[in-house]
Design a protein around this ligand. Structure first.
Ligand code: MAN
Length: 539
């Protein structure tokens, strides 16, 4: 009896499996529905609209009348405005198209299934398209493989660079300490020599305001007064008179072109005339600072008082200073207008200009050594100069090392991506030229734009950070704080990075004013494990 029941139960199970198998193969495919959704269209039951809004008898599916609000009862006709038709496209990729395109006379599906009842002559070319897509995918995979090889080399180089930069940094820090010590030594030497120099130069301190003459030249100074006296005493009368002073335009203190009696009296210490001794004692203290003030150095008497003409010419030059300045200005203007002058002409012009402008000549004269030191002092001054130079050099050396340290620290702390893959690109610049501009993008550096027609370079910004989202962090980088846009914000550039065998800036556009979008290919992104390269995996 038990055996009988077991037999019946077993037969029932086998029958249901058979039935479901039959049902699995026999349920007709509903036109426009992908296999994954076939179970929702069961001919044994009423159809429930996929949005759940209503139920309709199964025979209303694809009857060319729209029953469901979501168009799900008419996937294979154009009856519903919002329905979707699925092309199987065997051999290529399945595709949903709006069901309104079914039988509209245009071939949308490569298997021609959307034009099943139209006069359009559609051919099934899915296999051909599939072949092309597979070849493309193969090429992309090949690219990814080759790119990946280069990427791995970049990682090796990146790690080497990190090691090198880290050890250079340690070395530089040691150099810095040594340079600091050298600087201290040089400073000590400098201070000692400068002290000796200072003492030696005490002897050369000016005895009168503005005067810098060595003590050892006291005698010549006395002689100078006598020399000037002789020249001023033009009638050899043994005295210098007010009239003789007034005859020298050099004594025109207020530059009005005339030496007044008052001016002459100032120089002659309110006397009408002075003999040599009086001149030395009373007049020379007024005359000498005046000559010094005018020339900063005491000119030999013969040069300025040697002859009326020499003197007058010199003063005349000064009198016309404004006028010459004006001409000079015009010269410069003209020069700017004629920039095409060749170098030779410019040189000549410069020389002429120097001759015409006594002020410049005098500035050069001022730079000439004014004081002649004795040999011992001169040697000390030279020794002190050398010590100062060496100290400055030591200071400069420290600054250079500090700059190098700063630069290296920046690199050691920088985000070079996974396995230091971008490290070798630091500082590398890439160019892209379009119809109007030449763009340059330096990784971790600057981005610029130069108009082909000329003009100055426009700064698009400095590298700021990686801006890709999540695992795609290293697929986008940003340059910020470029030149300000006319009446707008500072320029910025966003660079999208893609896998490519070459590091190459392949395109630049300006989707919004002063916001630049660049595409850069690089082997650094040819990582088979990275999500970014999975585009063709679906095929
Ligand atoms: C320049 C260029 C352009 C930019 C305009 C904005 O011509 O930098 O790219 O759009 O300035 O004024």
């Amino acid at each position: 009896m038990l055996n009988y029941f077991i037999l019946i139960w077993l037969s029932a199970v086998l029958l249901s499996l058979e039935l479901s198998h039959v049902a699995g193969t026999q349920v007709p495919r509903v036109r426009g529905v992908p296999i994954s959704k076939t179970s929702l269209y069961d001919p044994e039951r009423d159809f429930e609209c996929l949005d759940g809004s209503r139920r309709v008898p199964f025979n209303r599916i694809n009857d060319d009348y729209c029953d469901c609000g979501d168009g799900s009862d008419e996937p294979g006709t154009a009856a519903c405005p919002n329905g979707h038709f699925y092309c199987e496209n065997a051999g290529f990729e399945g595709l949903f198209i709006p069901s309104s395109r079914v039988n509209d006379g245009i071939c949308d599906c490569c298997d021609a299934s959307d034009e099943y009842a139209s006069s359009a002559k559609c051919f099934n070319n899915c296999h051909e398209l599939g072949r092309e897509a597979r070849a493309e995918a193969e090429q992309a995979a090949e690219l990814a493989r080759e790119g990946n090889q280069i990427r791995l080399e970049m990682c090796v180089e990146g790690k080497r660079l990190r090691g090198e930069r880290t050890s250079n940094l340690a070395k530089l820090k040691a150099d810095y300490l040594e340079a600091e010590m050298i600087k201290k030594e040089k400073e000590m030497v400098k201070n000692q020599v400068e002290e000796r120099e200072r003492l030696a130069l005490e002897n050369y301190k000016p005895v009168e305001a503005g005067e810098t003459v060595p003590k050892s030249s006291q005698q010549p100074r006395e002689l100078e007064a006598g020399e000037y006296f002789k020249i001023l005493d033009s009638d050899d009368s043994g005295t210098v008179t007010l009239a003789e002073i007034q005859a020298r335009v050099i004594f025109d203190k207020d530059d009005n072109g005339l030496v007044t009696q008052e001016e002459a009296m100032y120089f002659l210490a309110k006397r009408d005339e002075l003999n040599l001794d009086e001149f030395r004692e009373k007049a020379w203290p007024n005359i000498k600072p005046f000559l010094l003030k005018e020339e900063n150095i005491l000119p030999p008497a013969s040069e300025f008082l040697g002859g009326e003409h020499a003197e007058i010419q010199h003063r005349g030059g000064e009198d016309h200073e404004d006028h010459e300045d004006h001409e000079d200005h015009e010269d410069h203007e003209e020069h700017r207008e004629h920039e095409e002058h060749d170098e030779h002409e410019e040189h000549e012009e410069h020389e002429e200009h120097e001759e015409e402008n006594p002020e410049e000549v005098e500035i050069e004269k001022e730079q000439e050594p004014e004081v002649k030191y004795d040999d011992e002092t001169q040697a000390l001054v030279e020794e002190a100069n050398e010590a100062r130079n060496q100290y400055q050099q030591a200071e400069k050396n420290i600054m250079d090392i500090q700059n190098e340290i700063r630069e290296l620290e920046g690199k050691v702390e920088r985000d070079y991506g996974p396995d230091e893959v971008f490290a070798s690109l630091d500082g590398q610049c890439y160019k892209h030229t379009d119809l109007e501009y030449v763009y340059s993008m330096c990784i971790y550096g600057r981005a610029t734009q130069s108009a082909k027609s000329g003009g100055s370079e426009v700064y698009l910004g400095h590298w700021s950070q990686w801006t890709g989202i999540g695992p795609k962090k290293y697929t986008e980088m940003k340059f910020e704080k470029g030149h300000t846009c006319w009446n707008g914000p500072a320029r910025t550039a966003t660079v999208q990075l893609r896998c490519g065998k070459e590091n190459k800036l392949i395109s630049v556009s300006e989707p919004n004013r002063c916001e630049y979008a660049m595409i850069f290919t690089t082997p650094a992104l040819c990582d088979p494990n990275a999500e970014a390269n999975n585009r063709h995996d679906e095929l």
